[in-house]
Ligand binder design. Structure first.
Ligand code: SF4
Ligand code: SF4
Ligand code: SF4
Length: 227
């Protein structure tokens, strides 16, 4: 496998780390392209511009984005957590590829907007549906001039570093079996429950724990308090 070619493809990819290409991140997708296990048109955040750049690098014809993998967004988005609803289950932290969420078990969580790539991987695991993807001011389609390209590059480089750091941390935890903070995580029940029943069970259990330690639960909407 040509490491140099992988590096070059990875440098083109937007580093959103969203897995929409069908791989665990941008680097694994770059590896798959070089190995012949993936096509060049599977990255929605990279859009047609990204496909064109990869095609030029590989000296092959460009092709349209395969929309089976999704569509590009015309606006940048970041995740936002409604802290009044958050029960501190940590599922979102576990799913964030760039460690852009802070919080501890049974405490409310917050997104570090500057670090969020907008991958939306944290949205589905949240049992409280309290994570929203919201647009940020900068319009992606406005990113045409070279100085904005430089900003995009800088943002991608930062996301790549955070992704690599997280991968290394997880590998280290597996090797040493420390997992000190993950011991606090509340694991989803390993049963054959339907998704709705499972979700409700998680919410009920977490609310009981949260209510015991969080006097601010009285700020929650009635629909949550009455569960
Ligand atoms: S941005 Fe998402 S879809 Fe594109 S290569 Fe990276 S992980 Fe895959
Ligand atoms: S906070 Fe959510 S949307 Fe933002 S990078 Fe992490 S998982 Fe992706
Ligand atoms: S997954 Fe939702 S409820 Fe759980 S910690 Fe994250 S934001 Fe809070």
């Amino acid at each position: 496998m040509s490491q140099l070619l992988i590096e070059k493809i990875d440098a083109i990819l937007p580093q959103t780390q969203c897995k929409k290409c069908g791989f665990a991140g941008c680097r694994p997708y770059a590896e798959a392209i070089v190995e012949g296990g993936a096509d060049i048109n599977q990255c929605p955040p990279g859009g047609q511009q990204g496909i064109q750049k990869i095609a030029e690098l590989l000296d092959i014809p460009a092709k349209p984005l395969n929309t089976m993998h999704g569509y590009p967004r015309s606006y940048q988005v970041v995740a936002w957590i409604d802290e009044n609803l958050c029960i501190g289950c940590t599922f979102c932290i576990q799913s964030c590829p760039v460690d852009a969420i802070v919080g501890a078990a049974k405490q409310m969580h917050t997104v570090i907007a500057d670090e969020c790539t907008g991958c939306d991987l944290c949205v589905t695991p949240c049992p409280m549906d309290c994570i929203s993807m919201i647009p940020v001011n900068q319009k992606v389609t406005d990113w045409a001039c070279s100085s904005i390209d430089a900003v995009k590059k800088q943002t991608a480089n930062k996301a790549r570093s955070r992704y690599q750091f997280r991968q290394q941390r997880i590998a280290h935890e597996k090797r040493t079996d420390l997992k000190t903070h993950t011991k606090e995580f509340i694991q989803p029940p390993q049963t054959q429950m339907s998704p709705e029943v499972r979700k409700q069970a998680i919410i009920t259990a977490a609310l009981k724990r949260a209510a015991a330690i969080r006097p601010q639960t009285e700020n929650k909407p009635d629909s949550i308090k009455n569960k």
